[in-house]
Design a protein around this ligand. Sequence first.
Ligand code: ADP
Ligand code: MG
Length: 242
Amino acid sequence: MIKIKNVSKHFGGVKAVNHCDFEIKKGKINALIGPNGSGKTTLFNVISNLLKSDSGEIYLDGEKISGIGDFKVSRLGISRTFQEVRFFRNLSIKDHLEIALREDDEQLFKGLFEKEIDFKERIQEVLDLVGLNKSLNTLAQDLSYGQKKLLDLAMAIIKPHKILMLDEPVAGVNPKLRKKIQEIFKTLNKKGETILIIEHDMNFIMGIADHVFVIDEGAIIAQGKPKAIQNNKKVLMAYLGE
Ligand code: ADP
Ligand code: MG
């Protein structure tokens, strides 16, 4: 689905992403895990064209997407969240979801859903899915931290897409909500969604991921099923050395 070929991104002497090579699998829950500072967010930024890579290429369903710009990548169907959630001041839950829905041109919109969509219905559907049961007119800034994470997730989901890329969707979230978010991912996956989750906490990923990529010092050092990863010496060393 997404193919990352020999991608590097350095900041001065820091090799944030260093000859990265891997392929994200369609219809699966893919996880990108690694210690703090290992290059996860930088890699996300390069895939979504917020940052230009120094070298290498990235393909989405066979089409080269590296270097085409973040707006085009977004229109081609990569929907992402950010590690630090940010909302518009004085805009409501409903406003935010409408903006996310309208961000794309109608072509992609119709292509993915093949019929006109009732915004209201779609918004309610997504809010039900993530379990955010607040009034639609609630200002985003008035939500609790956990609720903000859910709204951010809802915005990524409602935007027409082929793949969801989520940067630490449960960072700072309490254990009960973590479980709930795990269930949301399972539900999305059952609907056929392709997901790539960045996570620092290995335990969170173990219960849900189909395939895990481990990044350390900007390079993929291991990949495979969660169980195999958990016992991989290189992976344990990377985490212990943190
Ligand atoms: P992760 O998301 O895995 O915690 P990051 O991708 O944020 O890691 O960072 C990888 C490395 O690149 C770190 O050493 C970080 O300090 C560095 N880095 C990230 N962004 C920048 C930047 N804009 N300028 C300079 N260094 C950066
Ligand atoms: Mg990060």
